[in-house]
Design a protein around this ligand. Structure first.
Ligand SMILES: C[S@@+](CC[C@H](N)C(=O)[O-])C[C@H]1O[C@@H](n2cnc3c(N)ncnc32)[C@H](O)[C@@H]1O
Length: 201
C-alpha cells in the first residue's frame, strides 16, 4: 500500500491552503484569474482544486491516489506521473499548480512531470509550485537515501537551487519566487518552502 493511499484514509482536510489563497489574491505575482484554466497537479483532498472552482476558475485536480481522486470526482482525474498514464484533460490549461508535490517524488518523476507540464502548457502558460527545501527543519531527519532524499514516515526530496536550473533548462522563465517559512503552516508545522512562478517561453 502506497503511503498516500493510507494517508488519505484519515486525512480529508478541505480547507484551502495559504498558497491557493495567495494565488487568487489580485496583486499576487502568482495570480490565477477567473479566465485561467488550472490543473492542480497532486491535488490530494482537492482542497485547492475545489477552492479555485469556488472562485469561478475552471480547475481540475490530478493525483496518483485513487481514493483522493474518487472523493472529488468529477473534479479530479487519476494520473501517476511515475508511469505517466494517459489522461484526457477537459481543457488546455493555462496554469499548472503543484503544491508540495515536486518534493514528494524522485528526480526522475520530477523530470516526467516537468516534461508533461511543458508539453501541455501554451507559451505564456504558468507553472506555480510550492515545495520544501534543504533549509527546512525536517531536512536530514529519518533514513537518508541521498543528500536531498530522506524517508521520515514518508519520502521527501528537499529541493535546492538546482530545481530552478531544471525549470530554466525546460524552457521556463522564472517570474516570481517566495522563500521562507510562514507560507505552509499546518498544526505545529511551519516548513521553509520555496514558491516559484515560472512562465513557459
Ligand atoms: C504532500 S501531498 C500534497 C497534496 C495537495 N497538493 C495539498 O497541498 O494538500 C502530495 C500529493 O502528491 C501526490 N503524488 C505523489 N506522487 C505522485 C505521482 N507520481 N503522480 C501524481 N501524484 C502524486 C500524492 O498522492 C499526494 O496527494
Amino acid at each position: 500500500m502506497n503511503y498516500w493511499d493510507e494517508f488519505y484514509k484519515t486525512f480529508n482536510d478541505t480547507t484551502p491552503t495559504l498558497f491557493a489563497r495567495e494565488c487568487v489574491s489580485p496583486y499576487s505575482a502568482f495570480k490565477i484569474s477567473a479566465h485561467d484554466r488550472v490543473v492542480d497537479l497532486g491535488c490530494g483532498t482537492g482542497r485547492d482544486t475545489l477552492f479555485f472552482i469556488s472562485q469561478g476558475i475552471q480547475a481540475i485536480g490530478v493525483d496518483a491516489c485513487e481514493l483522493a481522486v474518487e472523493r472529488i470526482k468529477p473534479n479530479a482525474l487519476h494520473c501517476d506521473f511515475g508511469n505517466l498514464d494517459t489522461m484526457t484533460l477537459p481543457f488546455t490549461p493555462t496554469v499548472v499548480y503543484a503544491r508540495l508535490v515536486v518534493h514528494a517524488v524522485p528526480l526522475d518523476v520530477e523530470y516526467k512531470m516537468i516534461r508533461w507540464i511543458t508539453d501541455i502548457l501554451p507559451t505564456g502558460g504558468r507553472f506555480l509550485s510550492e515545495n520544501r527545501t534543504v533549509l527546512d527543519s525536517l531536512y536530514g531527519k529519518g533514513t537518508k537515501i541521498s543528500d536531498n532524499e530522506y524517508v521520515d514516515g514518508h519520502y521527501r526530496r528537499f529541493l535546492d537551487e538546482s530545481f530552478l536550473d531544471r525549470l530554466r533548462e525546460a524552457g521556463f522563465m522564472l517570474k516570481a519566487m517566495q522563500f521562507g517559512n510562514g507560507f505552509a503552516v499546518r498544526d505545529n508545522e511551519n516548513p521553509i518552502v520555496l514558491r516559484v512562478a515560472a512562465v513557459k517561453q
